[in-house]
Design a protein around this ligand. Structure first.
Ligand SMILES: Cc1cc2nc3c(=O)[nH]c(=O)nc-3n(C[C@H](O)[C@H](O)[C@H](O)COP(=O)(O)O)c2cc1C
Length: 174
């Protein structure tokens, strides 16, 4: 183990990436629709709860991602939390398909305001953009949660050690 204060910048990047491979995250698809009704979506694991009062979460979106401008301009998005049944969506929404064609994979529906959401996700969190904080290559987008749909069961599709990992239905540790 090395101390952060003594290692070279290039090395800390390598070690940071190694460490992040051990930070298991549930895979989500962030979705939005622009003012013309065009749908945009992106696979994302950088999603975190902030607080319950007010209900809020954050997502981190690369400035270069195709969803970045439509999401920040529209000011509204949905976090769709994937199950182990959604493996095919991960590749489709991270580059294999482009634009609206991504939404041909999976059971997508439209919420009242035309926001696309994944019908059989573990849950859908509809958010209004509260704050966008630029940080390096990414924007940290803080979303105020305005509506939630929660499905049955907890069977998250997990990303860890550089790949997708299946899980069994989760149960409490004794
Ligand atoms: C498992 C996984 C997690 C990802 N998480 C994020 C994320 O949290 N934020 C982000 O900006 N990109 C993330 N990406 C990368 C984007 O999905 C991908 O670069 C993006 O969809 C491609 O941009 P495009 O829409 O311009 O094709 C992730 C990719 C994968 C496979």
């Amino acid at each position: 183990m090395t101390s952060n204060s003594t290692i070279a910048p290039a090395q800390i990047t390598v070690e940071f990436k190694q460490a992040m491979r051990r930070l298991a995250s549930t895979v989500t698809i962030i979705s939005t629709a622009d003012a013309n009704g065009n749908r945009h979506g992106m696979t994302a694991t950088a999603v975190n709860s902030i607080a319950a009062d007010p209900p809020s979460l954050l997502i981190c979106v690369n400035h270069s991602a195709s969803i970045h401008t439509p999401l920040t301009q529209r000011g509204r998005f949905c976090v769709n939390v994937l199950t182990t049944q959604h493996e095919e969506l991960v590749a489709a929404f991270s580059g294999k398909l482009k634009g609206d064609a991504r939404f041909e994979v999976g059971e997508w529906r439209n919420e009242g305001c035309g926001m696309p959401y994944l019908h059989d996700a573990q849950c859908n969190l509809f958010c209004d953009v509260d704050t966008v904080v630029p940080y390096g290559t990414h924007s940290i987008v803080i979303g105020r949660v305005s509506a939630v749909l929660v499905g049955e069961g907890v069977c998250p599709l997990v990303y860890a050690d550089g790949g997708l990992r299946s899980t069994q239905p989760l149960c409490a540790v004794d």
